[in-house]
Every structure is written in structure tokens, then in C-alpha cells.
Design a protein around this ligand. Sequence first.
Ligand code: PRP
Ligand code: URA
Length: 222
Amino acid sequence: MSETNVAIPDYSKNVTVIDHPMVQHKLTLLRDTTTGSKLFRDLIKELAIFLGYEATRHFQLEQVTVKTPICETTAYALKGRKVAIVPILRAGLGMVSGMLELIPVARVGHVGLYRDPDTHLPVEYYCKLPDDIMTRDVLIVDPMLATGGSASAAIELLREKGVPSDRIRLLVIIAAPEGIQAVVDADPQVNIYTCAIDECLNEHAYIVPGLGDAGDRIFGTK
Ligand code: PRP
Ligand code: URA
């Protein structure tokens, strides 16, 4: 097969990359190894808001009447389903405050998963979701989509609780092609929002170029 015949995966149906200049600038600061924990946390929060804007673009509006100081007029308000934000612990916690600024009435569920350092497979250690999770639009948040194991496990967990795939959205700051492929293979209906699709994974399943270990940089644990 000649090089031009090599199939390059087309993720465009499932993946939205936020190429806004402000997002790309903040992402560069986030990647920088000299960026300390305080700025790192602030940037994660700000990027979560940008991702949240895109991931809620499909929300429906209804007409309402509002009285301004000048007169009564017809305007628009959000209609319909309720929202749950589900951070994957621990690094996903860094995105919650930004998401709550955007959607203050959202409920927050928590899924605890860590990657086994040898197998790189996710290990579940905690799960607490709103009782009515199956009736909500769910926005899973986690800065990193590497092998896709953690995100796929979180999606599977939500589906087991009755959340339909087309109501689940995955918001990540950096995605590896391998992770996108794994999530899309596991559930072709899930939509992914990211600020960048990086090159690949290294031998430790870290994203290249990436930003290192998101949890450690948020919480200053290394
Ligand atoms: C990181 C990250 C994701 C996961 C991504 O968490 O926050 O949850 O790795 O990797 P994957 O796509 O290969 O599953 P980690 O397991 O390091 O835990 P932490 O958030 O507690 O640091
Ligand atoms: N988890 C991280 O925090 N960073 C990576 O690059 C991969 C997994």
C-alpha cells in the first residue's frame, strides 16, 4: 500500500477541537513545565469553561417573556433537561469549579479511577452519582484522555446507571489519538470535546507532548 493510501482516522463526527486563539494560548501556558500549581489550576479552570461552552451548544432554548427596565419583551431561556458534571478523580476535580460557574444549577457526581502504573488499566475506587443521573445530560470532565481506559470505564459506569450514550459528553483538555479511538470504538455515540489532539503516547502511556501528570501538577504531589 502506498503512503497516500494509509487510512487516517476521521474523528470529526465525534470530536470537537476548540481552536480558539485564547484556548490555544492558555493551553501553551498549561503545557509549560515551569508553570506552577496555582497558575496550572487557574488555567485548567478557564479551559474547562471554554470546553463547557462548546459542549452545551446543543442545549435547547424556549421563548420567555422578560420585563426590562424599559419594556416587556420576548427573550430566550434554557429549556429542558437537567445537567450533571462528573469529574474523574482526581485530576477531573480541577475542572469542576469552571463548569459550575458556567452551569451553577448542575449536580456533581464523582467517579474515582486511577491508572495502574504497570498495566495502565483503570482501577475504580469510588462512585457517587446523583440519584436521578439517568434523567440528566452528563458532562464527564478529565484533563487527560490518554489510552482512553479511564474515560471508557466512566462512560460504561454511567451507561450501567441508565444514562443513554447520546446524553454523555466527554470534556478533556488534551486527547491522544489512541484515547479517542478507544472511546469511539467502545461507544460511537459519545461526543468528545478537547483543546488539542496530541501526537501519541510514550512507553508509560503518557501523552506526547502533553503536559505531564495532570493530577500531580494540579495538587502539587510531585
Ligand atoms: C489520569 C487522568 C485520567 C487518566 C487518563 O489520571 O486524569 O483520568 O490518567 O489516562 P487513560 O486515558 O490512559 O486512562 P490518573 O490515573 O493519573 O489519576 P489521578 O487523576 O488521580 O492523578
Ligand atoms: N495521565 C496524565 O495525567 N497525563 C498523561 O499524559 C496521561 C495520563
